[in-house]
Each structure stands twice: as C-alpha cells, then as structure tokens.
Design a protein around this ligand. Sequence first.
Ligand SMILES: [Zn+2]
Length: 279
Amino acid sequence: MHDGIVAGTANVWAPMSSDEERGLLFLPTSSPSPDFWGGRRPGNDEHANSVVALRAETGELVWSFQTTHHDVWDYDLPAQPTLARIDTGAGIFFGPTVGKLLNNLEASGYRPEQVDEVYITHMHLDHIGGLIKDGKRVFPNAVVRAAQQEADYWLSKAHREAAPEGAKGDFDAAIKALQPYVSAGKFKPFDGDANLVPGIRAVAAPGHTPGHTVYLAESKGQTLVLWGDSDQIVEADYGRAYAAAIPMARFQLLSETGHSAQLETPDQVMRAIWDSADV
Ligand SMILES: [Zn+2]
C-alpha cells in the first residue's frame, strides 16, 4: 500500500546475503507486480526493486536503495557486491530506464576496471547488454567467460543467416556485445562443466539456449546456485534435444548440492527444485 494504492507485493526471490561483522541482512526485493511493464504503476513503490538492509537482530530497517520505481521485466537484484559478475543486465538494449548496472556497481564502492571475470549464463540480450557502452568494453580488465556451445551458436554468421528474420536481431546483439572482448583477446569460452576460479564452477544446463550455464559459487561448505533463465524448460526455438538435456543437468546439479534423489522425469526434477528452494 502506498499513497492509498494497493500495488502488489515486492517479495525477496533472489538469495539474501549478510554481513556478520556489521550485523546486517541484505534483501534484494522484486517488482511489486509481475506484469512485466510497470510504466503505468502509480506511486514510488518504496522498497520494491531495492536492496534493503535490515539489522539482523531486530529486523529494523537500516537503509534501502531503490534502483528503479517500476522495472520492466520483474528483474531480481543481486544482494551483494561481487567482483565476479554473473551476467551484465540489459545494458544498452532495453532503453534508458534500465541498464543501471554500472551506477549500482559504483554505488557499491567498486569500479568496472576492478572486475576480473564476467560469467555469462547465456547470450540473450538482457544478460549481455551491460558488457559494452558506446561500442567499447565496460569492463576493460575483465575476461568474459561463457560456454563454447553458447558462443558457437550466437556468434556464428551461419546460424544468424539460418535464423528467421525476426530472430536475427538476437544474433546481432550477441555479436555486438561480445565482439569487443573477442577482438581484445578477453573472451575465453569453456567447454561444458568447468572449474573457473577457486570457488566458482560452471555446470552445463542447456535448454533455454544451446549453451546455457549454471554457476556454482562455493564457500565454507555452502553452495550458491546462480542461473539465468534455465527454469524455462521448453523453448521451442532450440528443439527437443535441449529440452531433454535440462533434466540431466538439473539432476547433476541437485546431486552435487546435496539434494540427491531418484529423479527421472522433468516433473520430478522441477518439483525437487521448488521444494529445495522452499517456495
Ligand atoms: Zn534468456
């Protein structure tokens, strides 16, 4: 409720993080309403689309930073600053009201030249647009990493030519965002499952795109699973082979993260994922 208007519920969907020394809990809140385009929503939707810091002991609000009043696609914010970026947001591709990654990175006390590695889950434009600005690399010292299978698909002129007219723009966007890194020798694809830096592993999860990758960040016996859009089981554009491959990747992921079970059908895998996520 804001200014007498009921505007939905901004929940916390992405992982929370905490700062034990300072006793703070960081909540990345979502859009108040998942109806995609929020341009006509009234009010400021205070604390929605925000990183909200609470005093862990009392739940009291310490500060809240709102990235935008109404997002356009129900994005989930990251709760914690990190020097290994996972995806880069829509950047230049979705108009002037989004693509605020750089502002938010700098507000967190980091400069883009400090980022060492950028991991791409997949090359849809809303995940890679933040890689470039004015045709130049946004992260001048970073190595960009993604699955070889993803690069082979999206950066291929032959695949672009074979794609239907309406889909060619997706290929153009991928080439535009990645090419400056390829030219500078700063794009290093990996093959399927791979150890990237200590504590971060890539797990192949094709389906949403041919080389979609899930990243596991592991620390002190705990695992954070980061994925892009792999929860969309079937995307007809890429065919049944990839749709069938997803449950295998998911099964492996669940086993590795301690959720082992006899899971055979996609339905069982999905149910286990939702159960383990406690939603
Ligand atoms: Zn996608």
